[in-house]
Every structure is written in C-alpha cells, then in structure tokens.
Write a protein that binds this ligand. Sequence first.
Ligand code: PLP
Length: 287
Amino acid sequence: MAVADRRTTAASRQRGLVISSHAMKNFTSRPVVLCLSGHDPSGGAGLQADIEALLAQACHAAPTVTALTVQDTVNVSDFRVLDREWVLAQANAVIADLPIAAVKLGMLGSVEMVETVLEIMARLPGVPLVCDPVLRAGGGGALGKEDVGYAMRERLFPVSTIATPNLPEARILAELPEGSADECAERLLPHIRHLLITGGHGDESEVHNRLYCRDGSRHDFTCARLPGSYHGSGCTLASALAGRLALGEELTSAVRSALDYTWRTLRDAEAPGHGQYVPRRLPLDLA
Ligand code: PLP
C-alpha cells in the first residue's frame, strides 16, 4: 500500500471508518443505545457494565451520567445525583447527534431524575425503553431516596417497553413485602407492558426468570443457579436486552438472548476485589 493510502487509512480508522485496501466501504454504524445510569468506580456495575454489555451485543453505548457513587465490590457508602440540567444537557447533545435505537435506564436516584428521564423520552417517541429499577446495590446499600420506586412505577413504567426488577425490587415496587413473583406482576402489569422478574436472589437450585406481558402471555426461563453473588448482574441484563431490542430482535427472543448472555458473564465472573464477583462481559482476547 502506498504511503499516502496508509495515511488515509489511519485517519479514516480514527473517524471510525472501515477501509479495505481496494475500496472504501460505506460504514454502517452499530445501533446506538442511550444509557442513563450511575457511575460505579469499582467498574462492576453502572455505566461501565452498560458499555461492556452493549459492546458485546455489537451495539454502541452512549453513556449519560445520572449519578456518582462511592463504592467498592462490597457495598456502596455514598452517592450524589447530578443536577437535572447536567443530565438533560448530556442527553440532548447525544440525541441531536446520534440516531438512538434504544434507551436503557439504570440508577436514577431521585424523583427529580425520574422526571428528567420523562423529558428526555419525550424527544424519543417510539424508541424502546428498558427500565432497570435500581434501588439498592448488591451489598444492600441504598442507591436512591425512598420515594424513587413509587415514582418509577407511576411515571416511568407507563412509557417503558419493559422493566427488569429482581424479586426484591419487584416486591418494593409492588408494595408487597412478602409477595411472590406472580403476585407482584399482577400488581405491576397495569403500569407497564412487559415485566421481567428475575430470580437470582432466591435460594432454589434453579433460577426462575419470568416474563409477564400485559396481553396475558407469560414465558418462564430457567437456568442453573451459580454459586456466589454478583455486582452488576442487573445492569448487564438490562443493557444486553436494550442492545438486542436496538438490533431489532423481537421482545421474547431478546429477553432470552439477554438472559443467556448474562448467565455466561456470571459463569465466567472474576473476583477483582474483596466483595462480590464481577461479571466478565467481554472476551479476554480483544487485542
Ligand atoms: N447502578 C449503579 C451506579 C450501581 O452502583 C449499582 C450497584 O452497585 C447498580 C446500578 C445495580 O447493580 P446490580 O446490577 O448489581 O443490581
């Protein structure tokens, strides 16, 4: 290849273009998923989890920070929700520039942030929205004020395609402290079209993940329970699901794909710190 061609190729790569030695191909972008989530400095959960899980679905993550947290793999000790203006400015800049194919919600932290997300979604009519109703860290520490769950259910669920609570989160959202997954779903489905209640926090030998749809259909996905507890498994699942929907996969199939992917990331998890395992979301050989 001539020197001039090589220079063009390098410059084009920097701009994200794919070049063959013979001809320049038209580059088709991967689907863009807007993530509205918190930052976890341990890298196990939050935006880093979203980005990694989306890369693994061949999607591009556009991460807007909603909150900062202070935490390690054991637990969270503090958090700060960003000002509404900052979150709107980040999201608006991205929406004006990139074609958003799906949106993934993680930690919002306050009722005001729930309202901010509604403002953002008003600019994205018809775009699939996956709501991971983050209320607590895996270690048990709160990641939002008390009334956030109620605001999510009343305000965000109606505009969401699907929410992905684990059973403890579903119980809080349904206000049924001892409720079964079926009872929680019955209480929540008037608010949302699809609900995936995951069973990872139980103690049966198998994990039962249940997809409830407002049209009355229901799908059960069962997998083997893996030993240990994991940091960022919910973020991984919701992001993978948003990515699958962004790729155009049908909802039930997208749920199955996202659950299968998440299970593999847990099977291959690492223990980088003193607390929970961190899912391995990307292959080791990216070089
Ligand atoms: N988002 C942030 C910023 C977090 O820090 C956490 C947990 O610590 C979560 C989301 C939820 O994590 P998980 O996927 O383990 O439920």
